[in-house]
Ligand binder design. Sequence first.
Ligand code: ZN
Length: 90
Amino acid sequence: MVKTKDSPKLTKNPCSSCGKERVVIKTYKEYVGNSLVINTLTACPDPDCQSRIDTQLAKEERFRAEMKLASARRLLEQKERRAESLKKAL
Ligand SMILES: [Zn+2]
């Protein structure tokens, strides 16, 4: 990684795909449990690059959701199989 000079305006968060310094779009406060967390939303200054990132993120999000569903289904099947074998044992 290339070290850049510190600047208060920059986020020190280079874009993972083009390496440009990401810019802060907005900050918002959110309560997580009892503590107030300040979230910073950053984006790549290159709109084309950012839209690629958004697409990639959406893809990953969908993949995660599918994995979650699949593992839930597997768990259910395991439970059913266990119940089945218990029935046979009796
Ligand atoms: Zn970028």
